[in-house]
Design a protein around this ligand. Structure first.
Ligand code: GTP
Length: 313
């Protein structure tokens, strides 16, 4: 028969294109696998510098780092427990300052804070206390507040953008040693269009970077759940604050000062009754900050500061 005489043609063998056997067979230097000559040369341990330019750059960077470490005077003059770090929450009216403080306090203490009145001190770690404070919105209040802030949280209404207060505040910060600054974007749930939201976030981030520095931290609070910010977002922000390194500002470390959190009038009532304008005895409560004094010496509170305190009461 015909079929018996004709030779049957077989399909030619196709070598494997993928999988471990294909990789094994692939020649070194080929595109498909194996270690190329190029890769061989770039073993970082064997060939540390293949370009003199790069070597020069790396060396100058290492020297710069070394010098910077030598320059920053991080002398800790604190004895015992350090005073709490002041976290100043700044922003235009109705941006969410109180809500942010309430959410952070809830995160750290698991307690609900009904309203924010004055500074709130909490324990955030073994060696760290934090004092949250709302920044007043008038220029004098801002000037007072930046003098003692260790971290400023700039709240920005994402649906509106930057407001004049924020720029004013940044200018004031600059003349007072510039403490750490982080941005927090709120009200971004008002955007319905995702593309628009993305663009706005980018725009505001770059604007923020021009004002502070490239890469400055900006947090996004994407809305409210049961009248509070998202737990996860607050958790991230709180973690960031908890581990933040606060570099001492030179003026503050060389001057002792007391930030008065609370005061009590302890004048005997009968003396006030007899003379309404008699000299009062007042007790001031607060932490001694800056460089610590030797025991037995008294912290000097300038008269002007006391005047300032009482003018606000
Ligand atoms: N939709 C939305 N509402 C927010 C957001 N943040 C804050 N709010 C609301 O904005 C209102 C004002 O918030 P507050 O925390 O009182 O703002 P504030 O900055 O402390 O206001 P003042 O103390 O008056 O300056 C509240 O009703 C909040 O629920 C947000 O991200 N999205």
């Amino acid at each position: 028969m015909d079929s018996g005489t004709k030779e049957q043609s077989h399909k030619s063998h196709r070598s494997r294109q993928s999988g471990p056997s294909a990789k094994k067979k692939a020649k070194p230097g080929s595109k498909k696998g194996g270690i190329s000559d190029h890769q061989k040369k770039h073993n970082p341990k064997a060939f540390a510098f293949s370009s003199t330019e790069k070597a020069k750059r790396l060396q100058s960077r290492a020297t710069e780092k070394e010098q910077r470490r030598l320059h920053v005077p991080t002398i800790d003059r604190n004895i015992g427990e350090p005073a709490p770090y002041v976290v100043l929450v700044q922003g235009p009216p109705k941006v969410g300052k109180s809500l942010l403080i309430k959410s952070l306090v809830k995160h750290y203490t698991k307690h609900n804070l009904p309203e924010v009145r004055g500074p709130i001190t909490i324990v955030s770690g073994k060696q760290r206390r934090l004092q949250f404070m709302e920044c007043p919105n008038d220029i004098n209040g801002m000037i007072d507040a930046v003098k003692f802030a260790d971290l400023a949280l700039l709240l920005i209404d994402g649906s509106y953008g930057f407001e004049m207060e924020t720029f004013e505040f940044l200018n004031v910060l600059q003349v007072h040693g510039f403490p750490k600054v982080m941005g927090v974007l709120t009200h971004i749930d008002k955007f319905k269009d995702v593309k628009k939201l993305k663009k706005t976030k980018q725009r505001l981030k770059h604007r923020f970077w021009t004002e502070i520095y490239d890469g400055a931290k900006l947090f996004y609070l994407s809305g409210l759940i049961h009248g509070r910010y998202h737990k996860r977002e607050i958790h991230n922000l709180a973690r960031f604050i908890s581990v933040m390194k606060f570099h001492p500002l030179s003026w503050r470390t060389s001057h002792p000062y007391v930030l008065v959190d609370r005061f009590e009038d302890v004048t005997p009532p009968e003396r006030v009754e007899m003379n309404n304008k008699c000299d009062r005895n007042v007790i001031l409560y607060g932490y001694l900050r800056g460089c610590n004094l030797k025991q037995g010496t008294k912290a000097c509170i300038p008269k002007s500061f006391l005047m300032l305190l009482f003018s606000k009461v």
